[in-house]
Design a protein around this ligand. Structure first.
Ligand code: PLP
Length: 279
């Protein structure tokens, strides 16, 4: 199965879709994006992904003509054309101006969509993480393509044989490069509150809902690196990972003190996806 793409009305193989220099994502990272997983014409957590995307476009004043239903229909149409059974769907809305000028007055917008094959597995190995200083700016709650600190930190993690990097700002754990992080302590889940320091992850929201459904108390407050290192379990959530345990941070064994609860939360998140796939 091949990757597939779409740009402003043109459909085709990923390598055949070219982006013009008028697209301001190239010079300024002036664009928002979202990412989901799906199967044939169905997109997992579609409504939340499309809503977050449109709300981010509105917050940054990116002009477009999409309604929520119209964009969902288009994404599904592209997914069907891709003929991918199981895919990672990326969609990006960037501003466009004829020249490289900082001001975006009068800019129009461009929609880019890519689909790549993906396989979501049940209970893969626990994650190994590193910590890194959170050097990002004050728009972390908006999913924009300005991802340099995330790129550098994710690279550092991979070079060290790890899966993710955890951002720490003044001893407070915020999130990871492409996932949210929560800790379990004495049967309660603690996670950074929504603010401009973290992306309001859709998987994070589902994890908290699963916790509430099985009577696990949810506490949304900042937690320190020290608390994380001592926590009963560390849980990482994202659209593609769903929910995964971590067992190593900066080369030190962590978690593993409440495996039954951690596993049941991860399983609930996976079952939700498995049910979506067979519907
Ligand atoms: N935090 C960051 C910085 C991310 O980039 C992502 C996903 O890409 C997440 C958290 C997880 O968000 P979601 O659960 O919506 O995939």
């Amino acid at each position: 199965m091949n990757s597939y793409a779409y740009y402003n009305g043109k459909f085709g193989k990923r390598e055949d879709i070219l982006i013009p220099l008028s697209d301001r994502s190239i010079f300024f990272g002036d664009s928002i994006y979202d990412a989901a997983i799906g199967s044939y014409d169905r997109i997992h957590w579609e409504s939340e992904h499309v809503e977050r995307f449109l709300s981010n476009a509105k917050r940054l004043g990116i002009k477009h003509t999409f309604t929520k239903n119209g964009l969902s229909d288009l994404l599904r149409e592209i997914a069907v054309k891709s003929m991918l059974e199981s895919y990672f769907l990326y969609f990006q809305l960037s501003r466009s101006t004829p020249n490289r000028v900082h001001s975006a007055v009068g800019a129009s917008s461009s929609l880019l969509v890519t689909l790549d094959p993906i396989k979501i597995e049940k209970s893969p190995h626990p994650l190994r993480l590193i910590t890194t200083e959170d050097l990002r700016y004050g728009y972390c709650d908006i999913k924009t393509v300005n991802l340099l600190p995330a790129v550098l930190s994710a690279t550092k993690a991979e070079v060290k044989g790890c899966d993710e990097a955890i951002f720490v700002k003044n001893e407070i754990v915020t999130e990871c490069t492409k996932s949210n992080i929560s800790i379990l302590i004495q049967g309660r889940i603690i996670t950074h509150p929504k603010s401009n320091r973290i992306l309001p992850g859709i998987a994070r929201e589902h994890l908290l809902a699963e916790c509430k459904s099985i009577g696990v108390e949810v506490i949304e407050r900042p937690f320190t690196k020290e608390e994380m290192m001592e926590a009963d379990e560390i849980l990482i959530t994202s659209t593609t990972k769903l929910c995964r345990r971590a067992d190593m941070i900066d080369g030190v064994s962590v978690g593993g003190k409440s495996p039954a609860l951690a596993d049941s939360l991860c399983n609930l998140m996976y079952e939700d996806f498995a049910n979506f796939c067979i519907k």
